[in-house]
Design a protein around this ligand. Sequence first.
Ligand code: PLP
Length: 364
Amino acid sequence: MFIKDNSTTNPMGDPVECGEELGHLASGGDVRNCAVYARLYNPTVGRFEKALSQLEGTEATVAFASGMAALSALLLAVREDGDHVVAVRPMYGSSDHLLASGMLGARVDFCRPDEVGDHIRPETALVFVETPSNPTLDLVDIADVVRQAGKVPVGVDSTFATPVLQRPVEQGATFVLHSGTKFLGGHGDVVAGTISTTEAWARRLRSVRVMTGALLHPLGAYLLHRGLQTLPIRVRTAQASARALAERLSGHPAVARVQYPGLPGGDPKGLLGRQMKGPGSLLSFDLRGGLDAALSLLSRVRLATPAVSLGSCDTLIQHPWSMTHRVVPPETKREMGVTEGLIRLSVGLEDPEDLWADLEQALA
Ligand SMILES: *Cc1c(COP(=O)(O)O)cnc(C)c1O
């Protein structure tokens, strides 16, 4: 195969063969003998996609410029089968915003996990869920959603779990979505999105990617592939610290409630062990002092960084009401459990004692 690594174009050794390959790639086929042009195929991106497929246990992965580009491509790829989507709330604010906007032509019904079956129609092309959910850390029973969806394919945003803790295809999901910006990259230096699925669906997704150009840059793919090597130790170390912090926060007088699947009552459906290997490293907590207390906490932390995003080596703290879920209408936020006093913490790799000392001084 003719490949000039990480360049935009590739010499077409045999013009007839490479011309055929162009048609094959443009219709979503995987590379065979000629990379042709960087919007059709890139070997570094392809290498990362193969590695992630192995971790997720899927035939294929298609990588995109961001998590939102991946979700957009998914909505476009399922359009052939119908324009109706059932989406389970709560979810990441921008995903909610995109689905609610109807921008990509999808008519979306939002519901709770146990209501999915009631919303399926002949023209339903996708059921979309996020578990653990952002920012409330609810765990959704994927196998139960798949059962309710019947023949309709189910897509799971598994960003918070990573393949280290959860493999949604083993529960019957058809698509696994990640914001690669988060744990997969893991170092806060790359924006990316992925969908892992069957080869047949990957063809449709690749052809959307070729047509819309929402490519993952090869340098991003290089960083993601490198990040995968440390994914298990990053996930497990941060998870151990998150567990310790969740326990301590739940005993703190300023905190009304901690949401973390690893705390007693945090996993009412018993999905830890069955669907997810561990509770992960994100948690959220409600401050008794509401909005003022939340904003004051953010202004007082010294080690944790007040910032959106998650899954990085460093601990990030944010206020969903005014930040990640800003674009969601206030009444919808309250319905989803996103209150004015809610704080979300993405625990990183710092010493957990240092993190606790920081939170304690900021809460005092
Ligand atoms: C960040 C995030 C997204 C969007 O990903 P981007 O890479 O920011 O486009 C989607 N879902 C979840 C759960 C996220 O955390």
